[in-house]
Design a protein around this ligand. Structure first.
Ligand SMILES: [Zn+2]
Ligand SMILES: [Zn+2]
Length: 379
């Protein structure tokens, strides 16, 4: 996004007051942020544009300057033509979306191949290789598959506890836009999304406002009332067709329920907004989370991998939307087992105040890595 601001009026006013004619510039660091985003969109080269040590692996996800990223090797060798036909075949290079064994080894050995680092969520990635017989380089875009070790370490969609058949379905259906959306709470900046202009009707904005008004700004899925937080309520097209504004095709949904619907446009919801929605649901008594199926419906999607493990091992269900008073501040807990004083949080800054109050506080990545130990706290 480039912001153009016309300062001519301000300059004229300054001149009238006899101020020396100075060039007025906006320096908010926006230019640099744009550079990072467009660089990541195009693909940065590991070793040239950035170093491995600059890639953050907190929470087992990969990030560069606050943006979620993934890594892959474009060079496919003599397999290139097969990879261009089907990027998920054996031998094709994989997309790394987590701090898996491969990355760990690279860090330990201080060696790595020419990885591309990108946050392009289009699903098709530039690849190249040498033709079998001719010596020329073949280039194109391929729908590369995700690294299975990455899925395992995150327990993405319950990957590690599934049967072979279900695992391969998760692998084949993997979609990077959906993946980034799942973990959006962990990041402050999101990939730029191309809004398909013209996909909505001209009067859409008004149709949407009217519809939400009719619903009293209440989510039709979870029942949370958002009249004080109208921006958190969207109007969703049930059949996915954006020009079909028939009343029975519209649904008012809070952003959290919206991201969990089929046929939705991928969107990124901040951690603050997800926490706020759960606090409101709790205050308004919209929760009945005695079953894991309910917890999974309302919890932050970034915690799904851990929750599926808790469900599988029949741990008691956590509470959502709980706020604890610490001095004059309220600390929100993503997942709380209040009687055990055990909490799982997304934001690192929530850890210290809760610990000061005697809570055991873990991150989801710690829970997944030491699940046996975590069970002992909660049991
Ligand atoms: Zn991997
Ligand atoms: Zn909702």
């Amino acid at each position: 996004m480039k912001i153009e601001i016309d300062f001519s009026g301000l300059q004229a006013a300054a001149a009238r007051m006899g101020a020396p004619n100075k060039q007025i510039k906006l320096d908010s660091g926006l230019g640099r942020l744009n550079e990072i985003d467009s660089g990541l969109g195009e693909g940065l080269v590991l070793g040239d544009d950035l170093q491995l040590s600059e890639i953050d692996n907190t929470n087992n996800l990969l990030s560069y300057k606050g943006r979620q990223i993934m890594l892959y090797i474009p060079e496919q060798g003599s397999l290139i033509e097969e990879v261009l036909r089907d990027g998920k075949i054996d031998g094709a290079k994989r997309l790394h979306v987590a701090e898996c064994k491969t990355l760990e080894n690279m860090r330990n050995q201080g060696r790595f191949e020419r990885y591309h680092v990108t946050n392009d969520i289009s699903g098709r990635y530039p690849v190249l290789g040498h033709h079998h017989y001719r010596s020329d380089v073949v280039e194109g875009k391929a729908d590369l598959g995700v690294c299975k070790n990455c899925l395992k370490i995150l327990n993405y969609k319950g990957y590690s506890d599934h049967s072979h058949l279900e695992k391969s379905k998760i692998y084949l259906d993997f979609n990077l836009a959906e993946f980034f959306e799942t973990y959006s709470s962990y990041f402050k900046h999101y990939p730029t999304q191309k809004k398909s202009i013209g996909s909505y009707t001209k009067d859409w904005e008004q149709v949407s406002v009217n519809y939400r008004q009719q619903q009293n700004y209440t989510c039709e899925q979870c029942g949370v009332a958002l009249s004080d937080h109208k921006r958190l309520l969207h109007t969703h097209h049930i059949n996915g067709v954006k020009i079909d504004n028939a009343l029975n095709n519209l649904k008012a949904l809070c952003v959290d329920c919206h991201t969990k619907q089929p046929n939705h446009d991928h969107m990124f919801v901040s951690h603050e907004d997800r926490l706020l929605i759960n606090q409101l649901r709790r205050e308004q008594h919209k929760f009945d989370c005695s079953e894991y199926s309910d917890v999974l419906q309302y919890a932050d999607s970034a915690l799904e991998g851990l929750l599926l493990k808790c469900q599988k091992y029949r741990l008691s269900t956590p509470e959502l939307g709980i706020c604890i008073k610490h001095g004059n501040e309220l600390v929100s807990i993503d997942l709380a087992w209040p009687r055990k004083k055990f909490a799982v949080v997304i934001e690192h800054s929530q850890q210290a105040p809760l610990r000061a109050l005697g809570w055991n506080v873990w991150l989801a990545s710690e829970g997944l890595a030491n699940f046996y130990a975590m069970q002992k706290y909660i049991r």
